[in-house]
Ligand binder design. Structure first.
Ligand code: GTP
Ligand code: NAG
Ligand code: MG
Length: 487
């Protein structure tokens, strides 16, 4: 099985220059084969793979839902995506808006994309109340949530946005041309090179949903979502995958939602799944219950619950080490080797992946993946329940005493290469016993030879972090102040 990330890099780095030469060969061979009337190519013939790749490249696209006012934010995101990945691949980019894009937007944006661009207007039925929603009740809810100062609680358009992202973006006519999408929001950043092709990885490994960060949702926005989804699984048990990822969503065997969700501002997904009868059925059930408007169910928890229940858990893929950043959370490889390998310009102390407010530990635990060596070894703790307790005893993430130099190279958990030969090695036993040998981020910081000021920033961030446990990443940690100012 082919390894991705650290070991597989040469294929992606050094293989590029041969590509055009190969294409010529493919065309010649294909014409020969077609000329000979051979329709089925012999297995193992390299050109067959290459031909498939070319066809496949056309069937993936970046996707951004944006307003005209998001112009400069999305330009920044595009510049980063192109710089770190797409300038080598030229994938298409679809931009969708509930209002017509203006000329300046189209000009500036299309000139920055290296692939084909499409600017589409969202049909009204995909961006409005469904008939069954009582709009007066929805307005009352918005007022009440506004009084409670719940983020976006007062916004009507935010709810249309959540509904569109939950149930409709994959139904846009333009999206029918594609099998995979990669979602990009304004003002995001990739602070590392992405040296392999995640789309290609998704296809080759039959992955359906790729994610990156997994913070905790604001519980005030999803009061009845779990009960609704649980009812769905009871009423439609055949729709639930047998080897699902449900344990990611609950710490008490299904009784309650633990607020863990894949942060949907980054996602790489298989559109055919979202267009499938299973997902459609699931979405329509939730849509009918009205929680998108009567509460503020986000597309992130909706997608997360869908992919965690309707799919087998090996159809989900964690994509770390991209240096992805969406305020206030980011991924930054803690390993110096990986940062050098991927040309990262992120500050490892800003990494949220292994933070105590992150659910990646939980994901690794239930998948029995071994954590990267520099990740904390402590057990996943159900934070949402003990949030009050934790507030009194803020605790920095522990980091094991492993200097970068001795790190195993395949710790670059770019992606697992297969469910058997996983790059995420088997999960180590005895997490707790290792806690004593762990050290603070300040110490790791010193090992990496960085200045001590960064350690202080992290400490402040850690103290604050406990207040914002169930924040969906909304309460910025102080460590992110820098990035905020950059935006
Ligand atoms: N066309 C359009 N796009 C929207 C609208 N509201 C939000 N979006 C887009 O929907 C996505 C999510 O909206 P955001 O405002 O980023 O919401 P969020 O990520 O939950 O919160 P922050 O990024 O912290 O503000 C982004 O790509 C936005 O550009 C809208 O009214 N119209
Ligand atoms: C779940 O189903 C039960 C039993 O039918 C019902 O009483 C309850 O209201 C449902 N919950 C939600 C949130 O729809
Ligand atoms: Mg956003």
């Amino acid at each position: 099985m082919e390894k991705y990330g650290y070991f597989g890099l040469d294929k992606y780095v050094y293989g590029m220059s041969h590509k055009s030469a190969k294409s010529v060969l493919v065309i010649i061979l294909l014409s020969l084969l077609i000329g000979l009337g051979i329709t089925k190519y012999p297995a193992g013939l390299e050109v067959v793979q290459e031909a498939e790749d070319q066809e496949y490249e056309k069937s993936a696209t970046f996707f951004s839902l944006v307003r005209n006012s998001d112009l400069y934010g999305i330009l920044k995101s595009i510049a980063s995506v192109e710089d770190r990945f797409n300038s080598r691949h030229h994938y298409d980019w679809v931009f969708a808006n509930d209002k017509p894009f203006d000329e300046k937007f189209v000009k500036l944006v299309s000139s920055m994309c290296s692939g084909e661009t499409h600017f589409v207007l969202i049909p009204e039925e995909m961006w409005s109340y469904p008939d069954h929603i009582d709009q007066n009740k929805a307005a009352e809810v918005r007022e009440e949530m506004s009084r409670k100062m719940i983020k976006y609680g007062s916004s009507e358009s935010y709810r249309h946005m959540c509904r569109f992202n939950s149930g409709f973006f994959f139904r846009l006519p333009i999206m029918q041309n594609y099998k995979y999408y990669w979602r990009v929001e304004p003002d995001i950043e990739y602070r590392c090179d992405i040296l392999y092709d995640p789309f290609e990885f998704m296809r080759e490994n039959r992955k359906v949903y790729g994610f990156n960060l997994a913070p905790l949702e604001l519980h005030t926005t999803v009061e009845t979502l779990w009960e609704t989804v649980r009812n769905y699984t009871i009423e439609h048990p055949l729709n639930v995958a047998r080897d699902n990822n449900m344990m990611f969503l609950t710490d008490d065997d299904g009784e309650s939602f633990n607020m863990c969700h894949f942060w949907s501002n980054f996602e790489i997904g298989d559109l055919d799944f979202f267009r499938s009868p299973q997902y459609t059925h699931f979405f329509e059930y939730l849509d009918l219950k009205g929680g998108i408007y009567y509460e503020r169910w986000g597309d992130a928890p909706i997608h997360t619950m869908a992919v965690s229940l309707l799919l087998n858990k090996d159809q989900l893929q964690f994509f770390p080490n991209t240096g992805y950043y969406h305020n206030p959370n980011g991924d930054c490889p803690r390993s110096l080797d990986i940062r050098i390998q991927n040309n990262c310009d992120c500050q490892p102390l800003t990494d949220f992946t292994w933070d105590s407010g992150s659910c990646i530990t939980k994901f690794f635990d239930i998948h029995s993946y071994q954590r990267p060596l520099l990740a904390p070894k402590r057990k996943y703790r159900p934070i949402h329940k003990s949030a009050a307790k934790e507030q009194q005893t803020p605790k920095a993430d522990e980091i094991p005493a492993v200097p970068d130099e001795v790190e195993e190279p395949n710790n670059n958990v770019g992606v697992e290469s297969s469910s058997e030969g996983s790059m995420m090695q088997q999960h180590e036993k005895g997490d707790e016993s290792q806690e004593k040998g762990e050290k603070s981020e300040e110490m790791i910081d010193k090992q990496n030879g960085q200045n001590s000021a960064n350690g202080e920033v992290k400490e402040n961030g850690e103290n604050k972090e406990n207040e914002g446990k169930e924040n969906g990443g909304n309460n910025a940690n102080e460590e992110n102040t820098e990035e905020k100012e950059e935006n």
